[in-house]
Write a protein that binds this ligand. Structure first.
Ligand SMILES: [Zn+2]
Length: 217
């Protein structure tokens, strides 16, 4: 790991870092920083200019946009599977009632888990075809968007309140998900990017770390 001083961006030799006290002293400028704050400065600057396929970084005067598609080869499996699965279960449970013009409460209730399952898995399948994840940062305020087109999940965060940006494993894993995510830790925890492939997640993570480091500098 490489640490840099958050105040002057000089690199800190390991001797100046005290893990026990969680403090680091920069001899170049005298700045004392918490170790947990330094970890953020450790990013791979090279990836910024080499976004992997399906990822992007755009910078305008007032805004930084980093994102990636959630496109995933699992779509080739998910879509036919879902057509058969929800077609069969929902068609059998609700389709027959509609066809016969008769409402059956028991079968309808029995079908609810299939209905919810269909909604959940279709979302996963559609994300694997057309989904995207994007973070927009303007004046230190970031907005995370995950979804399809304009439809999706949105959360905001203040970059100045973020103490660490980590790549973290999760226990949730399903087709189209790598099982890992980007975690912004600070006053609150924000977790996203589970449906990004490894290179895309790594890219987004490093761009965010760089934006955070610049914010401090
Ligand atoms: Zn310094």
């Amino acid at each position: 790991m490489k640490f840099t001083c958050p105040a002057c961006q000089q690199s800190l030799p390991p001797g100046q870092i005290n893990v026990q006290t969680d403090l680091a002293l920069c001899q170049a400028c005298g700045h004392v920083a918490r170790l947990s704050q330094l970890v953020d400065a450790d990013f791979d600057a090279r990836v910024l200019h080499n976004p992997p396929k399906g990822a992007w970084y755009q910078q305008t005067m007032s805004e930084h946009v980093v994102g990636a598609t959630t496109r995933h080869p699992s779509a080739f499996f998910l879509v036919p599977f879902m057509c058969v699965w929800s077609g069969g279960s929902l068609g059998g449970i609700y389709g027959t009632q509609i066809a016969q013009g008769k409402f059956n409460l028991t079968t309808s209730l029995f079908g609810i888990p299939f209905l919810l399952g269909s909604i959940l898995f279709w979302t996963v399948a559609l994300m694997a075809i057309w989904g995207k994840m994007e973070v927009r940062v303007r004046d230190g305020i970031g907005t995370v968007f995950v979804g399809l087109g304009r439809l999706g999940w949105k959360r905001s965060f203040n970059l100045d309140d973020v103490e660490s940006i980590e790549d973290s494993g999760t226990k949730v894993s399903y087709p189209g998900s790598s099982g890992a995510s980007i975690v912004l830790r600070g006053k609150s925890i924000l977790r996203f990017g589970t449906n990004l492939t490894e290179p895309r997640r790594y890219f987004v993570l490093n761009v965010l770390k760089q934006l955070k480091a610049r914010r401090r500098g």
